[in-house]
Every structure is written in C-alpha cells, then in structure tokens.
Design a protein around this ligand. Structure first.
Ligand code: SF4
Length: 516
C-alpha cells in the first residue's frame, strides 16, 4: 500500500488529500482510495463530491505511446513528434493546454517547447479576456485572493455564482464569513435554494446590465464571480466596471487548478494580448491556416460545449500530437500520442487561486521530460529553479501555509459596458443557464436532468417521469427534469448539453415535452 499526499485537480482551489494505492496482482487494475488530509492548509481535510470521487477520475483508460494508431516505444513517439513539428512552418503550429493538471514546471517547459519551434499560438484558454480590458485591470484576471479575505469580508456579493455548485469548498468560507458577521448578497436570475445569501437581488434575463443602476450595493464589498473560457467578455467588463466604479474588490474563480500558474508563468496579460486565443486557434484550424496542434493534458472535445464540432475541426489537422495520462475523445484521431503520468504522481508545483504554491507530492518527472526531450533538454531542477525565480520564491522554499503570490489592488477605468443579448429567430420562450461544476470541466456528466419551474412543467403538460427536449437550431438535447424555484423562462443545467452558450450566461432555447 502506498499513501500519496496530493492535490485535487478539480478546480482552482486545489484541496489537498491522500490517495492510497493498494497493491494488486500483476496485470490487475490498480485500486485507488481517497482519504482526507486534515492538516491541509487549503481545505482542512474537507472535499467536495468531485474530490471524494477522485479515484474514478484516476481509473480512466491510460493513453499509450503511438504513431498513426500503432503502439510504439516512447522514444520513437518523441522522435516522430520532433521531426513532424520541425517540418511545419511556425505559423502553422498551435499549442493548447487548459491548465487543470499541469504543473508550473510543465507550463514553463510547454511555452519553451512552443518557442523552440517558433510558435506563438499558445493558449491556456483565457487569452481573449485581456484584449478588451485596460492593462491596469490584468491583475484581477491573473491573480485571486486568499480565502482569509473572504472570511474577513463585511459584505460579499455573489455575482451570478452558486458556490455550492461552482466551487463547493468556497461555500464553507462564505459560511465562515457569515459567522464572522458578513452580509451576503446574491445577484442572480433565481434565489439560491440553499439560502446562503441574506438578500437576493433578482435580475431579469434581458436586463443583466441594469444591475449598473444598483451599483451602490457593491460599495465596500468583496464581489465574487467566475471566469471560464466561455464567459462573455462583456460580462467580464460589467464585473470590472462594478469594481472600478465602487470601493470594492473583485475575486474571480476559474475552473482549472493551475490557472494562476498559467498566467504567471505561461503568459500574463501583456503576452496573452499578442497571442491567438483558444477559439481563434480552432478557427485557424477550420480555415486550414493552422495545420498542427500539440495538446497537453487537455480533453478538448470533452471539456468544450461543441464536442462534435471540435472533433470535426480537429480532424482537419495535418498533425495532432496528444500528450496525456489518459485517453480522450480525440486520441483516436491523434497522429502521435505520448503517455505521461497521472497528476498525483507528478513532481512539481501549482499555484492555487489564493496564491499558495502547492507541491503536488509525486516523484515523476515524466510529463516534463517528454517536453524537454523534444525541446530544450533541461533537467527538472533547472526548470524548477526558473519557476521559483519567476514566482519570487526564496528559501526555505515551498510552504503551503504561506500565500506566496500576493496581488496589489489598483485603480483602473473601464468604459460602461453594454451587454449584448442573443437574438435568434424562431426560438423563444426559454433561456438556458449553465451552472458549471468540477465534473463539467473534467468532461464527466454527473447530472441527467435539468431544473425547470413548476409553471413551465404545467405549460408543457409534463408528468413525473417525462423528459423534455431542449432545442437550439439543429441542436437538440433530451433530458429528465426536476422542479425548482426558478423564473418561468429559465432552464438550469449543471450538465453539459448539446446546446452552445452563444454569449455566455444565458442562451435562448425552445423547450417541449419529449415524445416517447
Ligand atoms: S473540485 Fe475543487 S473544491 Fe472540490 S475537492 Fe477538488 S479542489 Fe476542492
């Protein structure tokens, strides 16, 4: 039996835990068990449903080393990868890594690898957000805040975020803040049934930007919101405008564990402004301008809403190299697959949303060595030193109980934002609101129903056991349903559906009773 102290890769909080590997007979599947690590600085032993079910996450099918679908030794796959990348023009290349299971050291190595081949198309999923905001506001995207700021706040505004769903361990911090006397106000389309807020400011679907008229409620507050690759940039501008025009702080959580590490080491706002973002890269592939893609530990089709379209676009590439511990929906299409180690086995560090530098706890340098052997050929120690230097870490080095990456609050100005509301002919009546959770961003479906209002149930003539069909143009999704306290027009989904959020937040759809 081996006990590994490690970090949950489910979201930017980075809870610590133990993973116990039991000894199994040769050839049998490894059994992994999750244990709580009560001394963990981030979570004091507590885990959400995703964290406690982490064994299932690690029991997925491993990726092998292959060239054109044929199993090969890793050295052969690496040689082929190097030669194939070398044969492409720099502008035909792109490198994508959504920073869920990559270490700081791997981020540094990944960016160096791209630059070895002269490639500037490197995406960690958030580049587009820097393009529409003033540089002085970059720090709000790049860095989070320690949870002591949450616990010590006197007023917390939950801005279209449901901590119980989006970031479960954040909910505990908000409850602590309430105990300490904080007032919690939620700004939302619907009241949270779990009653975490003292006050709810309800916003109509078509009138999100009218919250600007109530900016006085944001004074002296800590605004908590979320930034994902699908956030509407106008919605980000609205949050920044509210922060800039009041005496408040803005704390944006992100779905990927090492997002902060990616901003600090892989490309800050200044660098991101010069790069193509995730969607521009996919557009480039679609147009045939980008011909080769290196995907690092990213289940692109699993994570993105338009799974089928993404897979179709990716199939147009001349070269797809996938480096991952596990197989993904794109592995069959990959020209070269390179097998790395599961996250908990990695040697290296991440930066959580609070700014703590956390050691993963493993001993394997495999993922980093793969990239270094194609690229600069540095040792782990060299790259780790570069990470420490760039994060400003001294000696004694890494301590999970310290906030190593602090942010400084700054004043900035943003133009008053105008939120575009999606207009779509022929479909009306309902808005779909995605509440994404750690399962969602890790390509796992844990809910097979949507939530609708009792009025919608009556209107559609639904009975217990029926299903609904949600329609967006040619896209349709059939789901079970549950009645919740929601406005009549709202459909709430924690599961990924075939419906694409065109402008983030709310998506106009039609809904009907599904035929048997
Ligand atoms: S998913 Fe996030 S909140 Fe849940 S255990 Fe993992 S790190 Fe903690």
């Amino acid at each position: 039996m081996k006990i590994n102290s490690c970090i949950c890769p489910g979201c930017c909080i980075g809870c610590s835990l133990y993973l116990v590997e039991s000894e199994v007979e040769e050839g049998a599947k490894e059994k992994i068990k999750v244990l709580h690590r009560k001394t963990g600085a981030v979570n004091e032993g507590k885990l959400c449903k995703f964290g406690t079910g982490l064994h299932a996450y690690y029991e997925r099918e491993a990726l092998n080393n292959s060239i054109d679908g044929k199993a090969v030794k890793q050295e052969e796959a690496l040689k082929e990868a190097r030669e194939s990348l070398d044969s492409m023009k720099p502008e035909e290349l792109a490198f994508i890594a959504l920073p869920g299971t990559i270490t700081n050291e791997e981020i540094v190595s990944f960016v160096s690898l791209a630059s070895e081949f002269g490639c500037e198309n490197v995406s960690f999923g958030f580049e587009r957000f820097f393009k529409g905001i003033p540089e002085e506001a970059d720090y709000i995207i790049e860095k989070g805040l320690p949870f002591t700021e949450v616990e010590g706040a006197t007023k917390i505004i939950l801005f279209f975020i449901d901590p119980f769903v989006h970031y479960p361990l954040l909910a505990r911090r908000i409850l602590k803040a309430k105990k300490n006397g904080a007032k919690v106000i939620e700004v939302s389309f619907a009241k949270n049934e779990r009653g975490i807020a003292d006050e709810t400011v309800l916003v109509e679907a078509m009138e999100v930007e009218r919250i600007k008229e109530r900016k006085e409620i944001f004074e002296e507050s800590l605004i908590i919101g979320e930034l994902t690759p699908y956030t509407n940039p106008q919605f980000l501008s609205l949050m920044l405008w509210l922060k800039a025009s009041t005496s408040s702080m803005l704390f944006l959580l992100k779905p990927f564990l090492n997002s902060t590490g990616a901003f600090l080491l892989g490309g800050n706002g200044k660098e991101a402004r010069k790069r193509k973002d995730l969607f521009e890269i996919l557009e480039g592939v679609e147009k045939g301008e980008i011909k080769a893609l290196y995907l690092l530990e990213t289940d692109l089709a699993g994570v993105m809403f338009e799974s089928e379209e993404v897979a179709k676009t990716i199939s147009k590439l001349d070269l797809l190299i996938e480096q991952n511990a596990f197989r993904t929906a794109l592995s069959d299409d990959a020209d070269i697959t390179i097998c790395s180690e599961p996250f908990y086995m990695k040697k290296g560090t991440v930066v959580n949303i609070e700014g703590r530098v956390l050691e993963i706890g493993g001993e394997s340098e495999k993922g980093l060595r793969i990239m270094e052997s194609i690229g600069k050929e540095r040792l782990y120690e060299e790259v780790h030193e570069a990470v420490k230097k760039r994060l400003g870490l001294g000696n004694p080095e890494i301590n999970e109980f310290e906030i190593a990456v602090m942010r400084e609050e700054r004043d900035f100005k943003v133009a008053e934002p105008k939120m575009g509301i999606e207009k779509r002919e022929g479909e009306e009546g309902y808005f779909l609101w995605y509440k994404t959770n750690p399962f969602f961003w890790n390509g796992v479906t844990d809910k097979n129903f949507v939530e609708i209002s009792a009025a919608a149930m009556r209107k559609l003539g639904l009975f217990r056991g029926d299903e609904v069909e949600i329609v967006q143009g040619v896209r349709e999704e059939r789901m079970g349903f549950k009645i919740s306290e929601l406005p009549d027009y709202l459909i709430l989904s924690e599961a990924k559906l075939a419906i694409t959020p065109v402008q983030g937040l709310l998506t106009r759809v039609a809904m009907k009773r599904a035929e048997e």
